[in-house]
Design a protein around this ligand. Sequence first.
Ligand code: ATP
Length: 355
Amino acid sequence: MSYTIALTPGDGIGQEVVSATVPILETAADIGGFDLEMNTYEMGAAHYIETGTVMEDETLEAIRDHDAILLGGVGLPEVDNAFVAAEGHHRIRRELDLWNNLRPAYLFDESVCPLKGYGHGDIDILWFRENSEGEYIDAGGRLDRGGRTDTAIQCSVYTREGIERIARAAFDAATDRDGIVHNITKSNVLSYGAAFWDEVVEEVATEYPDVTLEKLYVDAANLSIVVQPERYDVVVGPNLFSDILTDATAGVVGGLGLAPSANLNPNEDVPGMFEPVHGTAPDIAGEGIANPLATVLSGALLFDDLGEDGAADAIRAAVEAQLQDESAPRTPDLGGDAMTDDVATDLNERLRNLN
Ligand code: ATP
């Protein structure tokens, strides 16, 4: 068996974490007994500065033809972030309709947890972020720019189809896990969009009599993720709320350096896109100290999606072993002084030894 993977490292630490991850994917593929053909595509803010285009149409067509996409990060401080995102990774999500953004947060070891009293496996959250609608649809306008009545309008859109599909994905997962879904909302204020969101999530819940649904306002969720993260198992939420709160779920399991994600469309024959939750980290880009583990764990999600459970589980086992070993190299975000490549090399060694 052989799979094609499109690599889109992008900008900033995206380049560093993707190149550190590639050998680990190759070792995991050996363990799983399959081959990988990896092709690299230039896109992002640096590519825009060089060529005037964030991502060529041909690039999008080419990556669409792969079995999966591994993305690093997109953006540079000197280029408008919203523009580069819209033409870059958001364009891939939009054009492939990758509506399901899976953001797991798993605590591998108490040493990386900023909270007292939490150990291995005590935090295990599977977050389903709606990835195609809400506030991210690019609709609105600006009136009288710079004038006396300067006004901005930002629209958000919720559709029945969009809510139903992400809710079903969450309920399906909950059926195989703890049988509970937390729905994150703000329907006490957003009386059209969020109220409709709740209505459809509650309708979907009736198809799953064995799963309990709990509704939680986004502000209360923001607090309880930090003080009681063990309360959560499967969570579903609209695009913007989920984007914000999954930085908090990342925080309680060790930070952005350990937070992977998958962008999926299980209904269509399109590749999933896998990427760390973090961005391009301009403050540390080029220093060689970015934590590669969020991208490595995104690679595990990529193998999950390809049905290569052995390779995916091997990566997670190696990460777990590394984080549980006090003498293993750690990047500065985890309190160590190791470089990106030290962590990746050590991890690759552990992976080989699992075999
Ligand atoms: P962008 O504009 O691309 O979103 P950002 O700096 O606003 O970049 P992130 O890239 O998510 O957002 O970074 C937020 C903070 O977390 C930064 O201080 C960054 O250095 C740190 N950080 C993010 N990812 C990593 C990583 N893999 N390893 C170490 N630190 C990281």
